[in-house]
Design a binder for this molecule. Structure first.
Ligand SMILES: [Zn+2]
Length: 175
């Protein structure tokens, strides 16, 4: 279980030269592009990053992330909890031209002034790992429930949650 925060900016060439690993949490509410796609999120994303230099001299990052997201159900648009995780292999490049030279196994990440913005990297990977569509189970989806039953029947079939006050009254009456 990770507890520390991942830094937002790192010097990736230096980390790769030392074959360092970074792991930590990143707050999901910092990801504005993600929020624009699937709605506001809370909680943290867990991230593990291994920096290194491969046999061809490419500076790379092997990464993994995991998060619990609230994604809108395609049928009823209510958010539903969804576990998202992904593994990725990034190749560091200093220009778009160099990105084209990377093998297809690597996703390019642009390093500018020896700096890498991990917030952008993690957000990109999180967006790429989103499932195409998510649906509630039919039994739990508001839309299919409304379609299956109609009007008053739908309401009466709902179990009415017992109010804690009623339970108390009941107990008192018994004693
Ligand atoms: Zn639904």
């Amino acid at each position: 279980m990770l507890t520390s925060r991942l830094p937002i900016r790192v010097e990736p060439y230096r980390l790769a030269a030392r074959a360092e690993s970074l792991s930590g949490l990143m707050a999901l509410d910092r990801f504005e592009r993600l929020a624009a796609q699937v709605g506001a999120q809370s909680g943290d994303c867990q991230v593990w990053l291994d920096f290194g230099i491969d046999a061809q001299g490419r500076r790379e990052i092997r990464g993994r992330l995991e998060a619990e997201l609230q994604l809108p159900c395609r049928r009823c648009l209510e958010p539903m909890a969804q576990h998202v995780e992904s593994e990725f292999l990034l190749g560091m490049v200093s220009s778009d031209a160099l990105a084209a030279e990377l093998p297809s196994t690597h996703e390019p990440v642009l390093v500018e002034n020896e700096q890498l913005n991990l917030l952008e990297v993690v957000e990109d990977e999180l967006i790429l790992s989103l499932p195409q569509v998510v649906y509630h189970d039919e039994a739990h989806c508001r839309v299919s429930r409304d379609q299956l039953s109609s009007g008053e029947e739908a309401e009466s079939s709902e179990p009415t949650p017992a109010s804690p006050f009623e339970v108390l009254r009941h107990l008192k009456g018994k004693s």
